[in-house]
Structures are given as structure tokens and as C-alpha cells.
Ligand binder design. Structure first.
Ligand code: NAD
Ligand code: WQD
Length: 347
């Protein structure tokens, strides 16, 4: 199929491009590069031997986006483009509402005008907030605790309303849990700008010597070792989840279909740290800090609906996540950043 990937130079989008190309799809990427680098597209090309068609554009630019749709003529859109920092969204909520909702509103309008009616949307476990029951299933009440999560929930609703109003539309909403790891080649990975906000990239930067120690936010949670529990999922499992979602869209009943993409396994901060020590052989010092505001004690997925209806299941282990993340970080200690100035993909 011909697939348009918004935000395809980002962490999850670029890994999904690899899975799409390896499955024989034709891939076009549109990305503003506001949180990524074209080096990620070079990484996709090197990992697959196949370069996606790539356009630098902001999806809020209606004219440019419409032009891209006319050129590419996609059958389906995978929509990753958006801002994703919980902390930034709390500091500047309006930016998040304008950006995430504005981006999706323009994209949906252009899709409608160009008669492209299939979309897979990157939503988040952030829509659940602090659930009353674990593991959390799709029908649990959505109660986001930050503006980022609220933008995801509002976009989900926007997509549901559109697919309900017009039977030509069909959509899959994927609620990711905690994507980590990298393509096993070490050619691509997660490359946050500045101080990493998330656990895995922080740990990898400690392992490679860019940071002295990991701050562990809270050891007084009501969990077996006092640190918070999350559902870490390998980014290549997530990428394959998108292929399953695209397949599902081809014969799914019309409407919007929502799935958790997680492993169903809960891992504590200290367990992830120990797994990373084991894989890297690095001591990985840590310091205990107070809880991070807004964090929940426990959040992990019930992934049964995805297994039942999409025929998809995460297969990679925590060790795979650490090993592949380490392959990326150890081969690219500075991430993609050294490539931003004068990088030659032919080198
Ligand atoms: P990312 O920041 O690495 O990728 C997002 C990409 O979108 C970036 O390349 C950025 O430059 C691009 N972008 C942003 N706004 C744009 C716009 N208006 N037009 C064009 N391009 C734009 O993030 P990611 O981790 O790859 O996440 C991808 C999607 O998955 C996001 O929507 C995010 O909210 C969602 N998600 C991520 C996680 C996670 O922990 N990584 C978890 C759940 C959901
Ligand atoms: C995991 C655990 C931290 C960093 C976030 C978003 C969520 C989704 C995935 C987008 C927590 C602890 C972290 C550190 C630590 N993203 N931690 N030291 O918060 O579960 O989820 O990313 O949709 O919406 O909220 O992930 O990796 O930030 O934290 O101790 O330096 O690691 O307190 O318990 P989180 P995370």
C-alpha cells in the first residue's frame, strides 16, 4: 500500500517506516523536523536499503499538506506528528492544544478533501491517567492528568465523531504504553534534545557516560521495590502493531477502533536499571529523589483486545529492549546530533 507517515522522522515514526518498507509498502514521510532530524530518514534508508519519499513540512500548513497528498496519493495515513512532552504541556498547555489539535484538524480536513479515509492515530496510555483497575483495558474511563493526555483524548474524540458522521471513514486509535529500545542494527534510535525526560534514554546516556547518574523519582510507592511500575514496549513491536492496524483497517467494520499497544508486563524503575546493567556491563549509578509530580504509581496494559482483533502481540523481552537501545546508544554516543551539522549519509 502507499502510506503517508506524518512525524515519520521521529522516534516511533522512523521505526515504523522500517517495518513498513520491510513489508513492501511504499512510504512517504512528512515531518517538520521540529523534534527530529533528517538523519533519522538516513537511518531508515541504511537499515532497509530503501529510502522513503521525504518532505519537510508542518502538517498545519494546509496548502503544503494538500500538495503532498496530491503528489503521494496515499491509501492510508499513519499519524505520529505532534508534541509529546508531559512537562512542557503542563507549563504551556495552550501550545499543546494549538499544536496537537491544530495539526490533526488540518490533516483530517486535507484527507477528506483528497478522499483519503483511513487513518491510524498515535494515542497514548496518558489518556487513562491513574486507572482504578490494572491492567488497564480500553473501556476503562479516560481521565488524563495533564494537557498532553487531554490533547490525545480530544483527538481520539474528533476522529470518532468524523468516522461516525461519514461511513467512508475508518480509523484505528493505538494507545501506546512506554515505547523504548531501538532497531537492532544500532543505526536508529531515540534521540531526545537536551536532558531526557524519560527513563530509558536517561539510563542509556548514563551507560554511555554522558550523564553521571540516574535520578530515581520515588522509592516510596506501594510497589514491591518502592519504585513505579510501567509497561515498557519495544519500539519494533510497536512498529509491527501499526502494520497489524493497517491490515485490520482493510476489512474492519467502519468507525473508530481503539487498541492498547503494550506487553501486559509491569516493570519497576529498579528492575529496568538492573536489566540495563546486565546488558551493558556498566555499573549505572543512581540517586534517589522525590516523586516526580504527576507520576502514577502503576500503569500497565491489558493487551488482549489487540491480540484478539489485530492478531498482534508484543514478542520482545525487556532484555531485547535494553540490548537494542544499547546498540544504538553505544554506536552513536551523541545520538543523531553530530549528524545535524554536515552529516553525509554516504560516510
Ligand atoms: P517524536 O517527537 O520523536 O516524533 C514526532 C515527530 O513529529 C517529530 O519528528 C516531529 O518533528 C514531528 N512533528 C511534530 N509536529 C509536527 C507537525 N505539526 N507537522 C509535521 N511534523 C511534526 O515522538 P515519538 O516518540 O516518535 O511519538 C510519536 C507519536 O506517538 C506522538 O504523537 C506521541 O504523542 C505518540 N506517543 C509517543 C509515546 C512515547 O513515549 N514516545 C507514547 C505514547 C504516544
Ligand atoms: C517511567 C518511570 C518515572 C525518568 C511518559 C508519558 C506518557 C508516554 C510515555 C507519551 C516513572 C521514572 C523517569 C528518570 C525516573 N508518552 N523515571 N528517572 O512517565 O511512564 O510516561 O512516556 O505519550 O504519556 O507520561 O515514562 O519514562 O518518563 O517514566 O525515575 O530520569 O521512570 O518517575 O516512574 P512515563 P517515563
Amino acid at each position: 500500500m502507499r502510506v503517508l507517515v506524518t512525524g515519520g522522522a521521529g522516534f516511533v515514526g522512523s521505526h515504523t517506516c522500517v517495518a513498513l518498507l520491510e513489508a513492501g509498502h511504499e512510504v512517504a514521510v512528512v515531518d517538520s523536523l521540529e523534534n527530529s532530524s533528517e538523519a533519522a530518514i538516513d537511518g531508515v534508508a541504511r537499515a532497509t536499503g530503501c529510502r522513503p519519499h521525504f518532505k519537510v513540512a508542518d502538517c498545519r500548513d494546509t496548502k503544503k499538506l494538500e500538495q503532498i497528498f496530491k503528489e503521494v496519493q496515499p491509501a492510508v495515513v499513519l499519524h505520529f506528528a505532534g508534541l509529546k512532552s508531559v512537562a512542557e504541556s503542563m507549563a504551556d498547555p495552550l501550545r499543546y492544544y494549538q499544536h496537537n489539535i491544530g495539526t490533526t484538524a488540518v490533516l483530517l480536513a486535507v484527507m477528506q478533501r483528497c478522499e483519503v479515509f483511513q487513518i491510524v492515530f498515535s494515542s497514548s496510555a496518558a489518556v487513562y491517567g491513574a486507572p482504578h483497575e490494572l491492567p488497564v483495558a480500553e473501556e476503562a474511563p479516560a481521565q488524563p492528568t495533564n494537557p498532553y493526555g487531554t490533547t490525545k483524548l480530544l483527538i481520539e474524540q474528533m476522529i470518532r465523531d468524523i468516522t461516525f458522521a461519514d461511513p467512508r471513514w475508518s480509523a484505528v486509535v493505538l494507545r501506546y504504553f512506554n515505547p523504548v529500545g531501538a532497531h537492532p542494527s544500532g543505526l536508529m534510535g531515540e534521540d531526545p534534545e537536551g536532558m531526557p525526560a524519560n527513563l530509558m534514554p536517561y539510563l542509556l546516556q548514563v551507560a554511555v557516560g554522558r550523564r553521571a547518574s540516574l535520578p530515581v523519582y520515588g522509592i516510596d510507592y506501594p510497589t514491591h521495590d518502592g519504585t513505579a511500575l510501567r509497561d515498557y514496549i519495544h519500539v519494533m513491536d510497536l512498529a509491527e502493531g501499526h502494520l497489524a492496524a493497517m491490515g485490520y483497517l482493510q476489512d474492519a467494520p467502519k468507525g473508530t477502533h481503539t487498541f492498547n499497544l503494550g506487553t501486559g508486563r509491569a516493570t519497576s524503575v529498579l528492575e529496568l536499571l538492573r536489566a540495563m546493567r546486565h546488558v551493558t556491563g556498566v555499573k549505572l549509578p543512581y540517586e534517589i529523589r522525590g516523586r516526580r509530580p504527576g507520576d502514577v504509581a502503576e500503569l500497565w496494559a491489558n493487551p488482549e483486545k489487540a491480540e484478539r482483533e489485530l492478531g498482534w502481540r508484543a514478542t520482545r523481552t525487556l532484555e531485547d529492549m535494553c540490548r537494542d537501545g544499547w546498540a544504538w546508544q553505544s554506536q552513536n554516543p551523541a545520538g543523531y546530533s553530530y549528524r545535524r551539522a554536515g552529516y553525509n549519509p554516504a560516510d
